[in-house]
Design a protein around this ligand. Sequence first.
Ligand SMILES: *Cc1c(COP(=O)(O)O)cnc(C)c1O
Length: 456
Amino acid sequence: MIDFPAEPYRIKTVEPIRLNSRDDRDRIIRVAKFNVFKIPAEDVYIDFLTDSGTSAMSDNQWAGLLTGDESYAGCRNYFHFEETIRDITGFKHIIPVHQGRAGEHILYSSILKPGDKVPSNTHFDTTRANIEFLGAEAVDLLIDEGKRPDCIHPFKGNMNLEKLEAFIKANRANIPVATMTVTNNTGGGQPASLENIKKTSEILHSHGIPFIIDACRYAENSYFIKMRENGQDKRSVREIAREMFSYSDGCIMSAKKDGLANIGGFIGLNRDDWHEMVTNKMTLVEGFRTYGGLAGRDLEAITRGMVEALDEEYLAHRTGQVKSFGELLKGVGVPIIEPTGGHAVFVDVLSFLPDMPRELLSGWALTVALYREGGIRTVEIGTVMFGKYAKDGKMIFPPIEYVRLAVPRRVYTESHLKYVASVFKRIGANKKMVRGLRITYEPKFLRHFSAEFEEV
Ligand SMILES: *Cc1c(COP(=O)(O)O)cnc(C)c1O
């Protein structure tokens, strides 16, 4: 028996979902050229593509929408947003943006130039793409434990501090900024410890390098610190988060994650010079700095969501649900990254499908099988997302091959998760359901969003 935590909320509004027939799903995945990003959402039964922007808003957030002040400049929701987020993060400047990657683009295009290098524990895919688009290099310096799926470690999102020191010594002139992603999305939603964030900050600052936190899941990360780090259990998640931010010079946040909102984000900054560069660029691409590409009502929903996401009963349920889901999958023989992280269960494809050559894009192929066999949408974090081509045209495989099952916040119940486990059980019993693929079309950046495939 796996213990599922009970929801600290009840359901007031429902949205019907429907499971198409297998024949329909087979037709739909072919029309989509075997890319689950191209499937209409109405044809998906359980959608684990992402936890981004897919949260169920509370009655309080929906009520907040009606208080939206849609004035061009200085709307009241902006002041509420600024005050609330400044109180949570401690940053001097709070600049709304329409989502995280807009913040990445605006900040990084202001401070990076070609040839620069940006170290991180692990860059998320949009962050990496934004940095590489500017001709700079995104460098991952995760601890080794974080790269081993079956290695148990409380903070698999930690920065490798020795590697960071060595990297700075070798490249100091070309590092205008460094960052840490909390939790580490790409590496399995794994947290970084407060101690590691503090030491990272000390190393960077001793070399005069500014430190930006990619804060999308800062509340989940802070909750893990409370539960797992020595001496932190008596503190509130809010206090821990505030201390975490105090070690940095700013943050980029997608409010589509721990903001419990469907759209939005912000940049937090202490440096006045960066604030000036960013707000100048804002007007050009996002809008005036008191709305940042958002409606006044969105700002209000984010503000209220930011507060709700720090509620410790909510966080206990959230992380408990993901953990129990992981147990359920392990129970039907699916190897996953352990311990489970904050927002998703990551299936270790190389262990689940040991006989399938990586040339056949095994992770991607599993996402296709999950859709065809169960109407479940997931995402590959492996060869299609991160693989690169060598000069001779051969694929250089990344160290990881995962399928991520991102759990939207406050959306699915235990029975939905049990259904997903039953589909995995069927695929596990008949692995021929997972058929190899070949890429027939790919764009230059972020190829997983629009690549096309055929079955081989
Ligand atoms: C989602 C995400 C982003 C980008 O945010 P968007 O709102 O999707 O643009 C950046 N970093 C991490 C770690 C993320 O999870």
